[in-house]
Design a protein around this ligand. Structure first.
Ligand SMILES: C[S@@+](CC[C@H](N)C(=O)[O-])C[C@H]1O[C@@H](n2cnc3c(N)ncnc32)[C@H](O)[C@@H]1O
Length: 378
């Protein structure tokens, strides 16, 4: 496939100085002479080595992810948490040969998932310890087998323009029409990673100022359960598709427990329930293309009373310090899902204005890589 980069379409919008500067800098960076010169100077060589390491990690990142997946699948992280393990011990646990177990242990140690504590013996490394305790992250590692399959030929995936089913869209598509068990698998995955997201939202916004809160697209109610623990006086409701709400009722017990209302419905076709002075959309909007996203924001706008608040919490594009998470990870994840895209906070701000909201603010979160928060009001 040949692409004509010089068509000139729109390139007049690129300032001439910027074009010249970036082209010059990139020429310098790519030149073997510069690289050899940089390697000889103490400070510059440190920067050059770091950059070379980062470039290698980008090239090899898929392999690191598969080492992590193997470690999770054979139960290596759980085993290392119990205490020192050698290759023979891992072989016994996993059914791998000793040679394969040793290869995996050494790879895990190179990624700080494991740490060599004596010749031939390993315990959890610092990164392994943090991951092993994070059930949501581990669930995502397992779930990524679907995305990995879809990404095996990334150009083919892009060429299909989201017009054909993918492994990820098959998993996700319960949202439109699939039976309850698939809805349950998806909601369980979402619920397992919800604690981290809820922490960000609760740290960024004072929900206790409200009387009644409705979590739209609230899945099995993991987010409202976290809000209830932090703000016991709030009346809480969850709105989601009927099969998902059935799962929420089972998980929360009967009708959802005290002060927890469960509303089955489709937010693209049914009116959202009224009487809530705060509505939350947690990891919901980025699943949808712009027209659908705007129509959902308009539905929220209609459901809220004057002065009511909408709190949006999800990982966003353009997040300082976590830019790869936005347009690279979620950009491709949502492309493979055949719907949605990551948006910047400013893009949400513009959409909120179009939907008739009064203004918006981004609220700082402790871990923006997990979720950013945007608040608006009617
Ligand atoms: C990515 S999940 C997020 C779940 C939960 N908010 C969380 O953060 O864990 C998106 C949620 O939106 C719900 N959803 C998708 N389409 C919907 C629709 N048309 N009407 C109501 N809920 C919908 C899904 O069932 C799912 O629970």
């Amino acid at each position: 496939m040949s692409i004509n980069h010089e068509r000139g379409f729109g390139t007049s919008q690129v300032p001439a100085w910027r074009r010249r500067w970036v082209a010059w800098r990139n020429g310098v960076m790519a030149s073997a002479g510069f690289q050899a010169w940089a390697a000889r100077l103490p400070l510059v060589s440190w920067i050059a080595r770091r950059r070379a390491g980062e470039a290698f990690d980008l090239v090899a990142g898929f392999c690191y992810s598969q080492v992590l997946l193997a470690a999770v699948q054979v139960g290596l992280l759980d085993r290392l948490r119990e205490g020192p393990c050698d290759a023979a011990g891992l072989a016994l646990l996993s059914g791998l040969s000793e040679a394969a177990s040793l290869r995996l242990l050494r790879a895990a140690a190179a990624l700080d998932l494991a740490e060599a504590v004596a010749p031939g013996w390993w315990m959890l490394g610092q990164r392994g310890a943090a991951l092993q305790a994070n059930l949501g992250a581990l669930a995502m590692v397992r779930h990524h087998t679907l995305l990995y399959a879809d990404l095996a030929d990334p150009v083919a995936l892009l060429c299909r323009d989201r017009a054909e089913p993918t492994a990820l869209s098959a998993f996700w598509h319960y949202a439109a029409d699939a039976p309850a068990p698939e809805a349950s698998a998806y909601s369980a995955l979402m619920a397992s990673s919800q604690a981290m997201v809820a922490q960000q939202a609760l740290g960024a916004y004072r929900f206790a100022r409200h009387r009644r809160l409705l979590d739209v697209g609230g899945g099995h109610g993991a987010f409202v359960s976290a809000v209830r623990a932090a703000c016991p006086a709030l009346d809480l409701g969850v709105f989601d598709l009927p099969p998902v709400i059935a799962g929420a009722a089972a998980r929360l017990g009967g009708a959802g427990g005290d002060a927890m209302a469960l509303h089955p419905g489709d937010f693209f076709h049914d009116a959202l329930p009224q009487g809530y002075d705060c509505i939350t959309l947690v990891r919901v909007l980025h699943d949808h293309d712009d027209a659908a996203c705007l129509s959902l924001l308009q539905a929220v706008r209609r459901a809220l009373p004057p002065g009511g608040r909408l709190v949006i919490a999800e990982p966003m594009a353009g997040t300082p310090g976590a830019r790869a998470m936005g347009d690279a990870y979620f950009g491709f994840y949502l492309w493979a899902m055949n719907a949605g895209r990551p948006r910047t906070a400013a893009e949400y701000g513009a959409m909120l204005k179009t939907a008739g909201f009064a203004g918006w603010r981004r609220k700082a979160t402790a871990y923006p890589v997990v979720a950013s928060v945007v608040v608006t009001h009617t």
